[in-house]
Design a protein around this ligand. Structure first.
Ligand SMILES: Nc1nc2c(c(=O)[nH]1)N[C@H]1C(S)=C(S)[C@@H](COP(=O)(O)OP(=O)(O)OC[C@H]3O[C@@H](n4cnc5c(=O)[nH]c(N)nc54)[C@H](O)[C@@H]3O)O[C@H]1N2
Ligand SMILES: Nc1nc2c(c(=O)[nH]1)N[C@H]1C(S)=C(S)[C@@H](COP(=O)(O)OP(=O)(O)OC[C@H]3O[C@@H](n4cnc5c(=O)[nH]c(N)nc54)[C@H](O)[C@@H]3O)O[C@H]1N2
Ligand code: SF4
Ligand SMILES: [Mo]
Length: 733
C-alpha cells in the first residue's frame, strides 16, 4: 500500500505510534453519505450559527426533508462575511456520528454506562447536590463551560446554587492577552481594521490555521491593495507562507523583540507625538524604561538580526497609524509563557507609539450590543455573589486581576485533591484532554463526589463523569441569542434548530430549567428560552421571529475612525499602568525571560511548541471522519524538527521519535524542515484523543498536554503551555 508517499511500513509505524488501528479508506465511505440523503424535495434553509470553534460563523443550513444537506456562510455576518471553513462543512455530518450519546447515562464502572431516564437523572443529581451542599457548602460546587452563548444561563445556575465558581478555558487559552490589553487600553479584545491597513505584523498569531475567516478575507483585500504583512514565528506557519516576510524568532523571546521595537520607535523619533501627547499616559517613564532595550541587545536574545528589527520599526512607523502589531490570541500572546503578560503589555504599548487606536487601518474597540434582561418583577433576581473564586481569581492576595467567572480551569484537579471542590458540572469543555498533565487531571477529577457532564459524545471528561446529560447537537437546538461575532458593527444572531433531535437529547437551556427544579432553584428558572431571548432582544427593537427568519441582523452603528476613548482609570492608553503600580507589579513593560530553556549541552534537549491546524479545532474534531481523513492523507500528525538537529540525533524524515520528559512519554514521526527553529520541535495540537468511546479519533497522534507540567503563572495563574522541555531521541527499530 502506498498512500500519499507513505510506504506501508511507515504507515504502520505511524499508526502504531499513535496506537490507532487505522484501516484508512474503509472506514470512510463517501457513498454512504450520498446514499443516505433524503429524496424529499422539501428543501428548507435555516439560518444558524456554526459551533465548530469560537468564531460562531453565521451559516444557512439546507435540509431536504429531515436530512441535513449542506451549508453556506451568511454574507452580512461580521465574523465570516459569507465564508465557512472545512470544519463548518464537515461538522454537518457529526449529527449522524455513531459515537453520539443517545440518552442520559449513569456510569456504572470504568467505561460502563447505563441509560437512565431524564426524571431519574435529575432526581439523583438533586439528591447528591443537596447532600454535598449540606456537608461542604455551595462553595464546593463548580461549573466549567464555554464562556459564551448559553454561558449567561449556566452562570446563573451556579450562582443560584450559591457558588461563584464558574470556570472557562481562559487559563489554557487567552488570559494574558485579554488582561494585558484591558489594563493598557480598557479593551480586552481590540479588533483590527485589517482591510484598510498598509502594514501589519502578526506575532505568534496564525490566522490561516487558528482560523478567523473575516480577518483572512480582509487580509487578502488589503494585500490586493498593496498592503504588506510580516509573520513572526519560530516556524514557517500557514500564515507565513502568505505574508511578504517571515521572521524566524527564538521561541519565548518575543518580549525582547517588542521592547527593541519600542526602543527604536522612541530613540529614532518615529512615534506619533501628537497622538501620544493627547491620548496616552506615562510616555516619559516608558522611554526611560526602554532605553537599554536596543536592537543589538535584542538580537542576542531573539536571534533576529538587528537590521531586521530596525527595519520592522521603520516600516511600522512609515505607515502609522495605518499599521499595527496584531493583538494575538493563543500563540505567543496567550497562555504560553511566563512572560506572556509582559509581552501583551509591550505589544499594546508599541501600538500606542504608532497612535493607531481608533484610526483607519489601525485597531479599535469593537462595537458592543447591550442586550435586555428578564423583567425582575416577573422573574426573581439572583442574590449578589461574593466576589472571590475558590482558585484565587479576584482575590487581592492571590490573583487580583484574574477576573471572577473565567477561572483557572487547570487548578480544578488540585482543588479537588485538596478537598475544596466536591462536585462539578462540565459543559462544552473537556479538561481531561485540554488541560496539562492528564494523569494529574484524572486523579483530581476522580476525587469529586459528583461529576456531571453535558456533552454530546463520551469525551475523556464525560467518560469519567457520574452522570452524562446529552445536549442536542448544535444543529438540533436553540441557544441564547448571540452578539459577540459582530467584529465592526452592531449585530445580533441566533443559533437555532435545523432538524429535530435525532435521539433522546435536550437543548442545554431546557436541561438547566428542568434540573433547576430538582435542585431547589426552580424559582430562578421560571421562564422559557423564548421568553429569555425576547427579553434580551427587547431593547434592540428586534423580534425573535425576525431573528429566527434572518439568522443575523445588522443593527447599524458600524465602527468609524475618530478620537479614541480608552476605558482605563486615566481615560488614556496607559504605557504606565496605575493598576499595576498599585499592585506592586512592573507598571511599564520590562524584560522577563521564559521560565525554562533547553539544555544547550544536551543535543536531545528541545522546547516543545504547538499550534492549530486549519481543519481541526483543538482535539475535538478528529473524531469526525472526513476531517480525520484530511490528516491521514496529508500525514499531518508528524512533529516538526530542524534537519541539522535531527541529523545529530540520527533521525531522518519520517523516522519515529521518542519524546519524553518527567511528565510524559510518547512517539511521533518526524517532519524534517528548515521551517522550524533549531531550539524547538512543533507538535500539531489536534490529536491525542484517549477516550475509547471516540472510535475514529482514539489513539491517533499525541498531545502537548501529555508533556506539560502543571504550572501557575505568578501574576494571572495561567498554564504556560509552551514552557515545556523535552528529550527527543530516535526510537530504536
Ligand atoms: N482551525 C482552528 N481554528 C481555530 C482554533 C482551532 O482549534 N482550530 N481555535 C480557536 C482558538 S480557541 C484559538 S485560541 C485560536 C488560536 O489561534 P493562534 O493563537 O493563532 O494559535 P496557535 O496555533 O496556538 O499559535 C499561533 C502560532 O504561534 C506560534 N508560536 C509558538 N510559540 C511562539 C513564540 O514563542 N513566538 C512566536 N512569535 N510564535 C510562537 C506557533 O508556531 C503558531 O504558528 O484559534 C481559533 N481558531
Ligand atoms: N490538546 C489540546 N489542548 C488544548 C488546545 C489544543 O489545541 N489541543 N487548545 C487550548 C485552547 S486554545 C483552548 S481554547 C482550550 C479549549 O478547551 P475546551 O473548551 O476543553 O476544548 P474543546 O476541545 O473545544 O472541548 C469541547 C468539548 O465540548 C464538547 N462539545 C462539542 N460540541 C458540543 C455541543 O454541541 N454540546 C455540548 N454540550 N458539548 C459539545 C466536545 O465533545 C468536547 O468535549 O484548550 C486548550 N488546550
Ligand atoms: S471558522 Fe469554521 S469551525 Fe469555526 S465557526 Fe467558522 S465555519 Fe465553524
Ligand atoms: Mo483558545
Amino acid at each position: 500500500m502506498n498512500r500519499s508517499g507513505i510506504s506501508r511500513r511507515k504507515f504502520i509505524i505511524g499508526s502504531a505510534v499513535g496506537g490507532a488501528s487505522l484501516v484508512a479508506s474503509n472506514y470512510l465511505n463517501f457513498d454512504s453519505w450520498a446514499n443516505s440523503k433524503s429524496d424529499s424535495n422539501d428543501l428548507k434553509i435555516t439560518p444558524t450559527l456554526c459551533d465548530g470553534c469560537g468564531n460562531w460563523c453565521a451559516i444557512n443550513v439546507y435540509t431536504r426533508g429531515d436530512r441535513i444537506w449542506k451549508a453556506e456562510g451568511i454574507p452580512i455576518a461580521g465574523n465570516n462575511h459569507g465564508r465557512i471553513c472545512a470544519k463548518g462543512h464537515a461538522l454537518l455530518h457529526e449529527v449522524y456520528n455513531k459515537d453520539r450519546i443517545k440518552s442520559p447515562l449513569k456510569r456504572t464502572g470504568p467505561n460502563k454506562f447505563q441509560p437512565i431516564s431524564w426524571e431519574q437523572v435529575y432526581r439523583e443529581i438533586g439528591e447528591k447536590v443537596h447532600e454535598i451542599i449540606g456537608k461542604d457548602g455551595p462553595q464546593s460546587l463548580f461549573l466549567l463551560q464555554y464562556p459564551e452563548g448559553n454561558a449567561s444561563l449556566c452562570s446563573r445556575f451556579m450562582n443560584a446554587l450559591g457558588s461563584p465558581n464558574v470556570f472557562s478555558h481562559a487559563s489554557t487559552c487567552f488570559l494574558p492577552r485579554n488582561i494585558g490589553w484591558w489594563i493598557t487600553t480598557g479593551s480586552a479584545k481590540p479588533e483590527h481594521d485589517l482591510e484598510h491597513t498598509r502594514f501589519a505584523v502578526f506575532l505568534g498569531r496564525n490566522i490561516a490555521a487558528g482560523l478567523r475567516l473575516r480577518q483572512l478575507s480582509d487580509l487578502s483585500k488589503a494585500k490586493d491593495r498593496g498592503a504588506r504583512f510580516v509573520a513572526i514565528d519560530p516556524r514557517f506557519s500557514e500564515l507565513a507562507s502568505y505574508t511578504h516576510q517571515w521572521v524566524q524568532i527564538r521561541p519565548g523571546t518575543d518580549l525582547a523583540l517588542m521592547l527593541a521595537l519600542g526602543n527604536t520607535l522612541i530613540e529614532e523619533n518615529l512615534y506619533q507625538r501628537d497622538y501620544i501627547d493627547k491620548y496616552t499616559e506615562g510616555f516619559d517613564e516608558l522611554a526611560q524604561k526602554f532605553k537599554d532595550y536596543t536592537p543589538d541587545w535584542a538580537e542576542q536574545k531573539t536571534g533576529v538580526p538587528k537590521a531586521v528589527i530596525r527595519k520592522l520599526a521603520h516600516d511600522l512607523a512609515e505607515y502609522a497609524p495605518q499599521s499595527f502589531v496584531h493583538r494575538g490570541y493563543h500563540g505567543a500572546l496567550g497562555t504560553q509563557y511566563k512572560n506572556s503578560f509582559q509581552l501583551v503589555r509591550a505589544v499594546a504599548c508599541v501600538n500606542g507609539l504608532l497612535g493607531n487606536f481608533n484610526q483607519r487601518g489601525g485597531m479599535f474597540d469593537p462595537p458592543k450590543v447591550k442586550l435586555g434582561k428578564l423583567d425582575s418583577q416577573k422573574f426573581p433576581k439572583l442574590p449578589e455573589m461574593d466576589g472571590v473564586m475558590v482558585d484565587g481569581s479576584g482575590d487581592v492576595d492571590r490573583y487580583p486581576i484574574t477576573p471572577v467567572g473565567l477561572g483557572l480551569t487547570h487548578s480544578i484537579p488540585e482543588l479537588a485533591i485538596a478537598g475544596k471542590l466536591k462536585a462539578g458540572f462540565v459543559y462544552h469543555n473537556n479538561p481531561l484532554r485540554t488541560c496539562p498533565n492528564p494523569a494529574r487531571v484524572i486523579e483530581g477529577y476522580r476525587k469529586l463526589d459528583l461529576l456531571v457532564s453535558f456533552d454530546y459524545v463520551l469525551s475523556e471528561t464525560a467518560s469519567l463523569a457520574h452522570y452524562i446529560l446529552p445536549e442536542s447537537y448544535y444543529l438540533e437546538r436553540d441557544d441564547v441569542v448571540h452578539t459577540n461575532h459582530c467584529y465592526d458593527s452592531h449585530q445580533v444572531a441566533i443559533r437555532q434548530a435545523v432538524i429535530k433531535p435525532l435521539y433522546d437529547t435536550k437543548p442545554m437551556v431546557l436541561i438547566l430549567i428542568e434540573l433547576a427544579k430538582s435542585l431547589g432553584i426552580g424559582d430562578y428558572f421560571n421562564f422559557t428560552l423564548d421568553e429569555y431571548n425576547r427579553a434580551a432582544l427587547a431593547p434592540l427593537g428586534v423580534t425573535l421571529e425576525r431573528l429566527k427568519r434572518e439568522g443575523v441582523i445588522d443593527l447599524g452603528g458600524k465602527w468609524e475612525p475618530g478620537p479614541p476613548h480608552f476605558k482605563t482609570p486615566s481615560g488614556k492608553l496607559e504605557f504606565v499602568s496605575s493598576t499595576l503600580k498599585d499592585l506592586n507589579l512592573p507598571s511599564a513593560p520590562e524584560l522577563e525571560d521564559p521560565l525554562v530553556t533547553p539544555d544547550e549541552s544536551d543535543i536531545r534537549s528541545f522546547r516543545l511548541i504547538h499550534g492549530k491546524q486549519a481543519h481541526h479545532t483543538h482535539a475535538k474534531t478528529i473524531n469526525q471522519e472526513y476531517l480525520k481523513e484530511i490528516s491521514v492523507l496529508n500525514d499531518m500528525t508528524r512533529v516538526w524538527i530542524h534537519p541539522d538537529r535531527a541529523k545529530a540525533l540520527g533521525i531522518e524524515d519520517g523516522d519515529c521519535m521518542t519524546i519524553s520528559n518527567n511528565v510524559g512519554k510518547g512517539r511521533a514521526r518526524a517532519l524534517l524542515t528548515q521551517g522550524i527553529h533549531r531550539d524547538c520541535i512543533f507538535l500539531p495540537s489536534s490529536y491525542g484523543v484517549y477516550s475509547k468511546k471516540l472510535h475514529t479519533a482514539f489513539g491517533y497522534g499525541i498531545s502537548y498536554n501529555d508533556f506539560l507540567p502543571t504550572y501557575f503563572e505568578p501574576v494571572l495563574g495561567h498554564c504556560m503551555s509552551n514552557e515545556i522541555i523535552v528529550r527527543v531521541e530516535k526510537t530504536p527499530a
